[in-house]
Design a protein around this ligand. Structure first.
Ligand code: X2X
Length: 336
């Protein structure tokens, strides 16, 4: 009895091709990466840099597809973290502000005037406080890999120069959808309105709001001055770090060597973007002034008046963030 079945060369070729395909599908993977801002901004460039490094170092096996403008959460940037936790989004380069509704510890960075300069940012993100913040994110189902930077947020408005808290009285200020911002601007007697970035520019254009706060890079690239924001106060009241992160189940599905590849690429892309953001600040400021924006620097006494006026935010928010975490950050800032 002859049990050997004859296989035609065509069948063999098809079987071979199928096997190859299967092997290729196992090998080549694509992940979604969410961002709020596109690659016209340093933030979007950070995500693209990550994708490029991963593409290059994995020799095309791993593709990170960047979806900017919060499109994976229909423009609602404060849902990005939840969507990533649920696995609707694989990865993100996200803002501490936008994720803070789900990770209260991230409000650390939004405490007004806590982190006054770049060295202080680095002391916090690179130190024990940063490690605690990463642990807080990880405990909520998302694996953080590296830091980036949206930048120090400055205040603009269409009404007039602001150099003391009373100048803000009654001004309608667009803030991000994170409750701490409501408290900061209420403490300053302003009239804050929470809205997404997608809604911010139209609201500024129609005059529905008088002002907003964002880093110089955002003000510059989005041409915020063209929608009537002619006054800009440099007050460095908070820095908005970015975090490169991955859904924990996605992370668990990736083999060790590729995890290391992804993590190192995120670290390298983050460092590249932080340096770039900081280096570009002075030319951006010059360009903004060039376009006729009236820029206000604060004297030490003026700055202190804003610090004093926002102390109530600490009473409400330090317990939410965690006394220990805030104390650790303070010590690292002092020791910088
Ligand atoms: O919405 C904003 O202001 C932005 C773009 O800076 C953030 O996503 C935090």
């Amino acid at each position: 009895m002859n049990s050997t079945r004859r296989v035609s060369p065509l069948t063999a070729a098809i079987a071979g091709a199928t096997l190859l395909c299967a092997a290729f599908t196992v090998q080549a993977r694509e992940y979604s990466v969410s961002t709020v801002l596109s690659d016209a901004f340093p933030w979007g460039q950070a995500a693209e840099k990550w994708a490029d490094l991963v593409e290059e170092r994995s020799e095309g096996r791993i593709t990170l597809r960047v979806y900017p403008n919060s499109q994976l959460v229909s423009g609602d940037q404060t849902r990005e973290f939840s969507a990533m936790r649920q696995g609707l989004i694989d990865m993100a380069v996200g803002s501490t502000i936008n994720w803070s509704p789900q990770v209260p510890e991230l409000n650390l960075f939004s405490l007004p005037f806590l982190i006054p300069d770049e060295a202080a940012v680095d002391a916090v993100t690179g130190g024990e406080a940063g490690a605690q913040v990463f642990a807080a994110i990880e405990s909520r189902g998302v694996v953080p890999l590296a830091w980036g930077e949206n930048g120090f947020r400055q205040l603009s408005n269409s009404r007039g120069p602001i150099d003391e808290p009373s100048d803000l009285a009654g001004l309608k200020i667009r803030v991000v959808g994170s409750p701490l911002f409501q408290d900061t601007f209420e403490a300053l007697d302003a009239n804050p309105t929470q809205m997404s970035w997608a809604d911010a520019k139209p609201a500024l254009t129609t005059g529905a709001v008088d002002g907003q706060e964002n880093p110089l890079s955002v003000f510059d690239v989005a041409r915020i001055d063209q929608v009537g924001q002619e006054h800009l106060t440099l007050w460095n009241y908070m820095n908005d770090p970015l975090i490169f992160a991955v859904n924990e189940r996605v992370w668990a599905s990736i083999e060790e060597a590729d995890r290391e590849l992804l993590r190192q690429a995120a670290v390298d892309a983050g460092q590249w973007e932080i340096r770039k953001t900081r280096e570009e600040e002075s030319e951006r400021l010059a360009a903004i002034k060039e376009r006729g924006v009236q820029v206000t620097d604060l004297t030490e006494a003026q700055y202190q008046a804003f610090v004093d006026a926002t102390q109530s935010v600490y009473e409400t928010w330090v317990p939410e963030i965690g006394e220990d975490l805030v104390e650790t950050a303070r010590q690292e800032i002092e020791a910088r």
